[in-house]
Structures are given as structure tokens and as C-alpha cells.
Design a protein around this ligand. Sequence first.
Ligand code: FES
Length: 135
Amino acid sequence: MMDRSEYIEFILDHYNNPRNHGEMQDPDILVNGGNPGCGDVVTMYVKVDEIDRVVDAMFEGHGCTISMAGASLITEMVKGKTLEEIQEMPYTPLIDQMGEDVVKSRLRCAILGMDTLKGGAREYPSRKATGQKLI
Ligand code: FES
């Protein structure tokens, strides 16, 4: 259990040193998301294996500290999960890692990356069937 300042430090570290940041070459999923309320945007990239399990996840975007930290964090959390598991993932583990108290008034920011990724995971089977990657 971390205290509030440690959660803030954790968030700032993800913002300043984003994990898995950049454009992925030849992704299986490329999905854009945004928060219309503020104009912040995120692009999530995923590569999956033959049983639709995530072998790599990356992101790019422009946004507030919490949205970018959340996107960075979720790229770490989804590795090894299947796309079905991602669709069913609750928000709580992400929120808890960022500190519920710190992000509770900014939930839409915190889950921007995760929600975008969930959308990509949901759409993937039908996109795969038609050979489309861009969502
Ligand atoms: Fe836009 Fe946080 S203020 S996602």
C-alpha cells in the first residue's frame, strides 16, 4: 500500500518515462481513442499470437498526465492476456495501481488507454475477418 505522494510519483514516472511508447510496426490492432471533453487522444497498438494472446502492446498520444500514465500502465498490464480477457478486465486493478484517491475525480482520464484498447480487442475478430487493422 502506497501513500498519496507515492502514487503521484508512480503516475509521474509513467508520464515522464512512458513504457512501450511509440509507433508499432505491423500491429495486429491499431485503435484510436479520445476524450471528446478535452481533446486528448491516444493510439493503442497490439500484436497477438495465433491464439489471440497479446505478445506486445504499445501506445502514442497527447494528453494529461493521468491519461498518458494510464495508457503506459495498461500496455504493461495486458501482455500475456488474451483479447477476450482484455474485454472482460475490470477497471479496478488499473485504478488501484494509480491510487484510487488520486484518480477518482479523473476516471475518464485514467481509463482512456484501457477503454480504447478494450474497443480494439472487441472489434478485432470482425476486423481480422476482413483484413482491416485500422479501427
Ligand atoms: Fe483529457 Fe485527462 S484531461 S484525458
